[in-house]
Design a binder for this molecule. Structure first.
Ligand code: NAI
Length: 417
């Protein structure tokens, strides 16, 4: 097994982190125990392009425990936890990932995974699938199927499918309720604040906290920032989501107005150029900027660099830009995912559900993928129920069950007033 990581000496530290994550991911661990008996992924090589975190390592161990082979790279230049990468490499996983990759190194790592000729792809952002379709056309027919972890990746893959460019079936793990209603909302909400605090340690209470995008991630963030006492302002392009934000009690305004109001800005849209020069020029001295959307295109770093007369790293993951107008703006984690660049990503408890969904989807693909046409598929509903039920159980919670009579009533149309 070959690997390229930053420092093998970090393996012990990484193993401890993985152990901690395992203790907080009971659903995935239960699936792993079950799969270690019948080994449903036996002989299948899975190419993963997903943040190399302690939670991902638990997923990788589950894949291997189920008989699969994992070949891995990160899906973002700043999100690899080098100790976890070292621990995985020591366990014999082929892992090509380190924190602080250049773009060419990033794609070198992606290509190493493709060189291993995976039969199943597990992607987060669709870089692996896109590169495979663009550069390795001869390999595509051998792929059984894939899964996609995030909103932006599903958008890209849908666009490929609509143009007839996607050549194998992909399960949109992101779109499962058991994933996006928890991971994107609570996971991104908490971990993005964690990233902001680690990079700045500013007091949130009393601050004007601007959130761009009131989708899953934006909702989680806004609610959590309010919980910490911030005055949250929401910027949106979708009238329904903007209305929801207003009725949830947040101020809603365009970015052009919010720019001069905000103390902290977080983009969570999956769109590009949400904050550009025209906004940056209006910002207060000391404003803090960051992004939690998948790619580093939401805050225009190019515009910030263009307006600045000097820059220096004032704290880890916190770059101070002094503009020609004399104001100082602070960009966290280079405008990349702040929760992974400046903190550790989502807590294990919530990744438990996302990765349990991934795991069941991988098993499903190995069993049924050959019968599926190219395209985007939802996670089978029964997996969502199973994961939610197991999660509740592990949280020590029980729920009610419909009686036979209630069940009949709910499906009846004759009983009215
Ligand atoms: P979503 O589709 O639920 O929400 C996005 C929202 O942004 C929508 O309400 C949309 O109307 C709004 N929006 C789009 N363009 C905008 C613009 N120019 N200005 C203002 N609002 C705009 O998507 P979700 O699930 O919240 O994901 C958002 C991004 O976060 C994606 O890139 C996704 O891949 C990423 N993500 C990041 C995570 C992390 O760990 N940091 C975890 C999960 C998702």
């Amino acid at each position: 097994m070959s690997s390229k990581i930053k420092n093998p000496a970090l393996a012990e530290e990484g193993s401890l982190k993985i152990e901690w994550a395992e203790a907080h991911m009971p659903v995935l661990m239960a699936l792993r125990r079950r799969a270690s008996k019948n080994r449903p992924l036996r002989g299948v090589r899975i190419g993963g392009c997903l943040h190399v975190t302690k939670e991902t390592a638990v997923l990788v161990r589950a894949i291997r425990g189920a008989g699969g082979e994992a070949v891995w790279c990160g899906c973002n230049p700043l999100s690899t936890q080098d100790d976890v990468a070292a621990a995985l490499a020591k366990e014999g996983v082929s892992v090509y990932a380190w924190r602080g990759l250049s773009t060419s190194e990033y794609y070198w790592c992606v290509r190493q995974v493709l060189d291993a000729k995976p039969q199943v792809t597990l992607d987060d952002g669709a870089d692996l699938v896109f590169t495979l379709h663009k550069e390795r056309k001869e390999q595509v027919s051998r792929v059984i199927g894939g899964t996609e972890e995030t909103t932006t990746g599903v958008h890209r893959l849908r666009a490929m499918a609509e143009q007839g460019r996607l050549k194998y079936p992909i399960i949109a793990v992101n779109d499962a309720k058991v994933k996006s209603d928890f991971d994107n909302i609570y996971g991104t909400g908490q971990s993005s604040l964690d990233g902001i605090l680690r990079a700045t340690n500013v007091l949130l209470t009393g601050k004007n906290f601007v959130v761009a995008g009131y989708g899953h991630c934006g909702r989680g963030l806004s609610r959590r920032a309010r919980g910490m006492g911030a005055n949250v302002v929401v910027c949106e392009v979708d009238p329904l989501n903007a209305l929801t934000a207003a009725m949830d009690g947040f101020r809603v305004m365009p970015m052009a107005e919010a720019a001069s109001v905000g103390d902290i800005f977080v983009t969570a849209t999956g769109c590009k150029d949400v904050i550009t020069a025209k906004h940056l020029r209006r910002m207060k001295d000391g404003a803090i900027l960051c992004n939690t959307g998948h790619f580093n295109v939401e805050v225009s770093v190019k515009d910030l660099e263009g307006l600045a007369r000097k820059k220096r790293e004032i704290r880890p993951n916190n770059m101070e830009y002094t503009l020609r107008n004399g104001r100082r703006l602070y960009l966290l984690a280079e405008g990349r995912l702040v929760n992974l660049g400046a903190a550790e990503g989502h807590p294990s408890e919530v990744m438990d559900m996302s990765f349990a969904t991934q795991f069941l989807s991988l098993v499903y693909l190995c069993e049924k993928g050959r019968d599926l046409q190219p395209g985007i598929y939802p996670v089978p509903e029964e997996f969502e129920r199973e994961i939610a039920e197991t999660k509740l159980e592990t949280m020590g919670m029980r729920i009610d069950t419909l009686t036979r009579d209630q069940d009949r009533y709910m499906r009846d149309y004759e009983t009215g007033t």
